[in-house]
Design a binder for this molecule. Sequence first.
Ligand code: CU
Length: 274
Amino acid sequence: MRYWSVLFALAAIFSVGAFLYAPFSPDWWLPNPASDYRHVVSTFGREIDSLYLIILIITGVVFIGTQVVLVWESFRFADQKDEAGKPVRPAQYFHGSQRLEVIWTIIPAAILVFIALYQMGTWASIKFRSSAPKVPPLAEITGRQFQWVMRYPGPDGKLNTQDDLFTVNDLHFVKNRTALIYLKSSDVIHSFFLPQMRIKQDAVPGLTIPVWFDADTAGKYDLACAELCGWGHYKMRANVTVHETDEEFRKWLNEKLAEQNQSQLTMATVSQER
Ligand SMILES: [Cu+2]
């Protein structure tokens, strides 16, 4: 029954082929802007990607190594019988090997410790509150079942005042400017995920979490919820617009503010007429 070893070999070759092909395919690898799928738009995105690559190389080498052994051994020790119908090589039993156990515990532990230490600088610059940029907040973003509510400071430039602008599923910021947002949740745990900016942060009820990111290319991107948060989880995606200039962003903000004031005025008039 050597067919099994051939089947294992085919599965392994297919997997390795997929991994080798993925980085060269715009749809298979980490998402980037459609205009240039090799270009990572965010500053720390490049560090994140190199960490991915290191882990991919480590797991790839281990995968290929173990698959070669698996295929070779299943080929070599396939069930063979001689002319008389007796097994060529009878099975042998033994009670494990302490030496092997120690080796395959220490090597993965060493690799994990290496990755843990190696990624620490990146983690600190993206997640530590002490690394948060000293800029006024772009917005306060609240996840709720099932949408992202965005609150931008109005003309006074301050959050949580009367002139704030509210939008739903519409994130705007300016290119080459670090955007700082305060992330909240009003019901369950959601996850704020900007795939092209390589940022992912849980929104936790009761907490206000600062999150920062940037993009060096203007355009349209995605925001999605990356935490299964209920039946409508799939609907929690939003549009992200990165503006070329500050003026462009201001113009959008003012238009939206005018719309918001208009609808508030209409509401007030309607309720007065009743
Ligand atoms: Cu969600």
